[in-house]
Ligand binder design. Structure first.
Ligand SMILES: Cc1cc2nc3c(=O)[nH]c(=O)nc-3n(C[C@H](O)[C@H](O)[C@H](O)COP(=O)(O)OP(=O)(O)OC[C@H]3O[C@@H](n4cnc5c(N)ncnc54)[C@H](O)[C@@H]3O)c2cc1C
Length: 327
């Protein structure tokens, strides 16, 4: 951490001409020092130049200038206000399971909420859970308490925050059906509570703004017998194992389903399962999954996505739209 400071001091002590490169270098070092200091002030774990490939389920992506992991909610709020004040752009990373990061990485500071305290708090049929909490773990904890309604989410590897933001859904259930309220933080606006009707849930999306960070969600479930819920969970897990390339490096479904049809079925019908581009290959189990099979680059995955879109459009006049988020 002290490295940037000594670099900056050395840079400032060294006599030099005022050129645009020197000014750009000075600005960049100041920016790095500012972010390091913010990280310290707001009790964050600070990673400089982390490879985002290490933080995505598909295992692809270049670096971010910084990854900041706040350890307290109040620190996160202070940090976001400070970043806004310094005009430093940022973005939120969940568990990186619906994300493809380009090989050149991102210029924004990336903030992960996975180090915030997350233990869900149950009260009757209601559970309040922090956004960094793993969704699948919540399903199991609810089941153990005899609470039903969120079984559909078992096996979705994302965080609660990512699942709310993208209105995650499967097996006929969706976050929209169980979320009653979210608590957000937005720099300048502070803490905001939004009822379900104000979240703008739609198919794999919400109307939440880019600078609105989901801090927690309140979820309402129904009492049922733990045994029945466990049985349903085991059944859905079996279906997932049969239908999806579980355990492989993927980013979940690549495309949204066009109205009334499954994107995976269209891809399958055109014989595109197994189609490869470099190290990226369309799963043979599920046409809507791309696997990073042999140290694929983002460029290869994105080229394969374009190829699939082109083939589907040419053959069926259907325009596939990406579900996966591309940074
Ligand atoms: C094997 C596999 C199976 C999957 N199955 C399903 C499935 O059945 N159904 C389904 O819907 N999805 C599925 N997914 C996709 C993915 O798990 C979900 O979309 C999940 O909800 C994404 O959550 P995340 O935490 O990984 O978000 P990320 O991928 O990290 O982020 C996704 C987006 O959400 C934003 N975001 C994340 N957290 C917050 C926050 N706290 N506040 C504001 N914005 C935030 C990010 O900025 C980004 O824009 C699957 C993925 C895999 C790899």
């Amino acid at each position: 951490m002290e490295g940037w400071r000594s670099l900056l001091t050395a840079y400032e002590n060294e006599p030099k001409e005022v050129t645009s490169e020197n000014l750009a270098m000075k600005r960049s070092l100041f920016k790095q020092e500012t972010v390091m200091q913010m990280g310290r002030d707001f009790h964050c774990e600070v990673l400089s130049q982390p490879l985002l490939a290490d933080y995505t389920s598909i295992g692809i992506g270049g670096a971010a200038p910084f990854l900041l992991l706040p350890k307290e909610t109040r620190s996160l709020e202070g940090l976001l206000n400070e970043l806004a004040g310094e005009n430093l752009p940022w973005r939120i990373l969940g568990r990186g399971t619906n994300l493809i990061v380009r090989d050149e990485g991102v210029k924004d500071i990336v903030i992960s909420l996975t180090k915030l305290p997350t233990a869900p708090s149950f009260s009757g049929n209601t559970v309040k859970v922090a956004s960094g909490y793993p969704l699948s773990r919540l399903v199991r904890e609810a089941a153990a308490k005899g609470l039903s309604g969120i079984e559909f989410a078992v096996g979705i590897p994302g965080s609660v925050g990512g699942a709310v933001k993208l209105n995650a859904s499967s097996f006929g259930g969706s976050m929209e059906e169980v979320v009653s309220e979210v608590t957000l933080f937005s720099p300048g606006k502070g803490i905001i509570k939004r009822k379900k009707s104000e979240i703008g849930f739609a198919y794999r999306s919400t109307s939440l703004e880019k600078d609105e960070v989901i801090l927690s969600a309140t979820i309402i479930l129904k009492p049922s017998s733990s045994w029945k819920i466990q049985k349903e969970i085991s059944y859905l897990q079996k279906l997932r194992r049969e239908r999806q390339p579980i355990g492989q490096k993927t980013a979940g479904c690549i495309f949204k389903n066009p109205p009334g049809i499954s994107a995976g079925h269209l891809i399958d019908a055109l014989g595109l399962k197994g189609l490869a581009f470099g190290g990226a290959v369309v799963s043979k189990k599920h046409g809507n999954f791309i696997i990073n099979r042999h140290s694929s680059t983002a460029k290869e995955v994105l080229a394969l996505i374009e190829l699939i879109k082109e083939r589907v459009y040419k053959a069926l006049r259907v325009e596939l739209e990406e579900e996966v988020i591309i940074w």
